[in-house]
Design a protein around this ligand. Structure first.
Ligand SMILES: NC(=O)c1ccc[n+]([C@@H]2O[C@H](COP(=O)([O-])OP(=O)(O)OC[C@H]3O[C@@H](n4cnc5c(N)ncnc54)[C@H](OP(=O)(O)O)[C@@H]3O)[C@@H](O)[C@H]2O)c1
Length: 287
């Protein structure tokens, strides 16, 4: 196994593989960062080409796509018949372009996204999303499982990057909604710790609706068995009014209402909440 990129994450990956008993070869632009790993038995390649040639599988983890392109620029035939697993963060277009780059060199390619911090690597908490060659994933799954919970998403190389940003959108959606509530309750002297058990209850209840709503999105039919978009829009107006009267930021509630209003104008007032998906599947409009 070869690791290219020995920053905070690359060193964690390398350390985890060494701890699991694998022989590894490493390469980093700044060779000094390999010192601790060499003391643990890793081998240092004197060039990126010899690093790739040393192993059937190369894992890359550098800053971004541009750094990756620069690091791998000298590599050509060395990748032929080998597997490249790229765990550098990037977008889906970069992943698909990198897959073409690897295929032109005869390599199998898996693109990945690490949903964890370096100290979690090697534990089940470190979810590592992967997409690309099914055969390559199945052949090397035991090694990838050693880095964390290796989760294969499908043959489209862009999927790991897309799940990565979708997951971040979910995270910021919940965090921003929680902060809106913290600000509202704060005006009544309720501190965040007191409010938060109720916020968690609301978030968990909402998450429970998602599987049923996903069926509506997938079928394209939005029967309002619970509440109509018109009812939601009325409650959103109340949230905006309350925020403004209390001197709390109302930008997030106004965004919610703008999206709902557009769907209502488009004739969806009596449909259920996930009918709003059509506001998300279109490119942004000028506000
Ligand atoms: N750290 C995290 O918590 C975390 C979590 C999830 C995902 N990730 C992802 O993991 C990747 C690495 O993150 P990190 O935390 O390890 O970053 P880092 O500590 O800043 O390390 C960056 C690495 O990229 C190398 N590099 C940068 N530009 C290069 C170039 N032009 N040519 C060759 N090598 C170059 C650096 O080499 P030098 O040592 O020579 O500078 C170093 O090995 C990123 O894509 C990041 O988004 C990180």
């Amino acid at each position: 196994m070869t690791i290219i990129g020995l920053g905070l994450m690359g060193r964690a990956l390398a350390d985890s593989l060494l701890t699991a008993g694998h022989q590894i070869t490493v390469w980093n632009r700044t060779a000094a960062k390999a010192e601790d790993l060499l003391a643990q038995g890793a081998l240092l390649a004197d060039s990126v080409n010899s690093a790739v040639s040393a192993s059937p599988v190369t894992i890359t983890c550098v800053t971004d796509d541009q750094s990756l392109r620069q690091a791998l620029a000298p590599v050509h035939d060395e990748l032929d018949g080998r597997l490249l697993v790229n765990l550098t963060s990037g977008d889906s277009a970069q992943a698909r372009a990198m897959a073409r780059w690897a295929e032109q060199r005869g390599a199998h390619y898996l693109d990945g996204a690490i949903m964890a911090v370096p100290p979690a690597i090697g534990t089940p908490e470190a979810v590592i999303l992967l997409s690309g060659s099914t055969t390559a994933f199945e052949t090397h799954q035991s090694i990838l499982d050693g880095l964390g919970t290796a989760t294969f998403l499908g043959e489209d190389h862009g999927l790991a990057a897309l799940y990565d940003v979708a997951g971040l959108s979910m995270m910021w959606g919940v965090l921003n909604a929680w902060l809106q509530g913290v600000a509202l309750l704060g005006t009544a002297g309720v501190d965040a710790s007191t409010y938060t058990p109720f916020a968690v209850q609301m978030a968990e209840g909402t998450v429970g609706w998602l599987a049923g709503y996903a069926d509506q999105v997938d079928s394209g039919a939005y029967p309002a068995d619970d509440a109509t978009l018109a009812t939601h829009a009325g409650a959103m107006a109340h949230l905006i009014q309350e925020s403004e009267r209390l001197g709390v930021n109302a930008e997030l509630p106004k965004l919610f209402k703008a999206l709902a209003d557009r769907a209502i104008t488009a004739g969806q007032a009596e449909e259920s909440y996930p009918a709003l998906v059509e506001q998300f599947t279109q490119a942004s409009r000028a506000s």
